[in-house]
Ligand binder design. Structure first.
Ligand SMILES: Cc1cc2nc3c(=O)[nH]c(=O)nc-3n(C[C@H](O)[C@H](O)[C@H](O)COP(=O)(O)OP(=O)(O)OC[C@H]3O[C@@H](n4cnc5c(N)ncnc54)[C@H](O)[C@@H]3O)c2cc1C
Length: 472
């Protein structure tokens, strides 16, 4: 019997799904091995968990051992001459950039929040606003250590063991437990970026502008108004940014200091960031969000049009951390996100259909984010030469079933167009559609590797059961 005192309620970050699990938080590789052995003795599945920032059910599973790696958070080696760093899997992106910035380095791929951990970033193979330019997180990993469910430790080199390496990265913790990652970081001459903001009166313009900007700018990201229809459907604001070159920043030594990067404690000179979400809460309903989206577009497309300004790397990259705890505006039901990746030629048609469907069902997305992507070489990769649209939906008790049904409707045109889905944000995608998005034997190859590396099928998660194994 597993000890009852280890039972905890484990939630997805979006608060919409959760499960009780036996949580183990080892601090060493031996501790990881002991946890795997104990689960095997009891015949219980193991779900690997990083910082728990996946929106849905990626890092949880009922009646399972939760192998939480957040306490394995040491920096093992750092070479400021080459920008190569060895990390335990629980090191967060926040700890990583704060560790290296003073030496003039920055992670080449970061997410919209700095809270995920390195193990989770490799587990999902995350992308940033510069996916077109820099690819995914896994493309900057040189080597990793993997503990198999049997306790065997393997070191995988990104080049020499390319096939296995590319299967493990992005396989949502289903082929082993990553216990060390060696990353190559990116040299930066300044702690600031130059940003340009432009508006797009409709979806087609937003896609065109993002496409035109992709080779000239390091970062390209768009926010779309999900409440619009007809001619205005998909209107939005785009932000492009690039790192400052040597000489452009008058005081690079200063801008690379952490003090320069820290987000202000008080917003608009008045409201402490920590309580900001409480002010947002009364607006988190359909009329309020319609108003907010319209207001944002109005301001951005008039006074903000064509604005050029400089921001710190942290300010630009981690916009979502500005308001700590903002997800609480979605309590009690939480939120889910649907992020689909669609080849460039089909993107306008698919995204238009998705936005129209959501509005017609009375479930418009409260937030919609557009990015430009490139294909990636990973076995279960989600990259395409095209765009992704990430749609945030509040989960309201009464309409939960309708929302889950809407996700199926949103996903169908993606599969028809040869697109992909990003499971890190997922809680509701039907497994048959996820599996149908793979066409070239990738899933068969994954299952063969799974049978070889985890013959007891010890590593599971609610997400993997639904998407990969067709259960749950
Ligand atoms: C506000 C917000 C903004 C976000 N923005 C972005 C974004 O811009 N781009 C993007 O790509 N993602 C984004 N995400 C998603 C997030 O980056 C991913 O879900 C990421 O995987 C979370 O990392 P984590 O450490 O919290 O992992 P978890 O959520 O705990 O786990 C993620 C997956 O990785 C596996 N895993 C974790 N650790 C290991 C390990 N050591 N070995 C093997 N497998 C492991 C788990 O089993 C699970 O399947 C965002 C999330 C939030 C909350």
């Amino acid at each position: 019997m597993l000890p009852r005192q280890r039972l905890e309620w484990v939630e997805g970050w979006g608060m919409a799904v959760g499960a009780a699990g036996y949580v183990f938080r080892p601090t060493t590789i031996d501790g990881v091995r002991r946890t795997l052995a104990e689960a095997a003795r009891e015949g219980v599945p193991v779900v690997v968990r990083g910082a728990g920032r996946s929106y849905g059910d990626a890092a949880l599973r009922p009646e399972s051992v939760v192998l939480d790696l957040s306490r394995m958070d040491r920096v093992l080696a750092w070479d400021p001459a080459t920008g190569v760093i060895d990390l335990e899997p629980g090191v967060t992106i926040r700890r990583l950039w704060r560790y290296v910035l003073g030496d003039g380095w920055w992670p080449p791929v970061v997410t919209g929040t700095m809270t995920p951990a390195v193990g989770g970033c490799l587990g999902m193979n995350v992308h940033g606003k510069n996916n077109w330019r820099r690819g995914t997180f896994g493309e900057h990993c040189l080597e990793l250590d993997l503990v198999l469910p049997t306790g065997e430790l393997r070191t995988l080199d990104a080049q020499a063991d390319a096939e296995l390496f590319r299967a493990v990265v992005g396989s949502f913790g289903q082929l082993g437990v990553i216990t060390r990652a060696r990353l190559r970081l990116e040299a930066v001459a300044s702690g600031r970026v130059e940003v340009e903001a432009v508006s797009a009166p409709d979806l087609e313009t937003a896609l065109r502008l993002a496409d035109e900007a992709k080779d000239d700018w390091e970062y390209v990201v768009g926010w779309l108004d999900g409440f619009t229809r007809g001619r205005r459907l998909g209107r939005g604001l785009l932000h492009f940014a690039r790192h400052l070159e040597g000489g452009e920043d008058p005081a690079p030594a200063q801008s690379l200091r952490l003090e320069h990067q820290d987000l202000p404690d008080v917003l608009l000179g008045l409201v402490p960031r920590s309580v900001m979400w409480r002010f947002m809460r009364p607006l988190t309903n359909r009329p309020g969000m319609r108003l907010l989206n319209a207001g944002r577009y109005l301001v951005g497309s008039t006074v903000g049009e064509g604005a050029r300004y400089r921001q710190s790397l942290a300010e630009f990259n981690f916009l979502l951390d500005y308001v700590p705890g903002w997800k609480r505006v979605y309590e009690p039901g939480g939120l889910i996100q649907h992020q689909s990746f669609v080849p460039a030629a089909a993107a306008a048609g698919v995204f238009r259909r998705q936005l129209e469907l959501a509005r017609r069902r009375g479930l418009p997305p409260f937030l919609a984010v557009l990015k430009r992507h490139r294909p990636d070489p990973f076995l279960l990769g989600h990259g395409v030469d095209g765009f992704s649209l990430a749609l945030d939906f509040p989960v309201r008790g009464r309409r939960r079933r309708e929302l889950w049904a809407l996700v199926r409707e949103l996903a169908e045109p993606v599969v028809e167009a040869g697109g992909r889905f990003y499971p890190a944000k997922d809680a509701a995608l039907p497994g048959d559609l996820y599996r149908a998005s793979f066409r070239d034997g990738q899933l068969e190859r994954f299952h063969a590797l799974k049978a070889d590396m985890d013959p007891q099928h010890r590593l599971r998660s609610a997400l993997a059961d639904r998407l990969l194994y067709g259960e749950g």
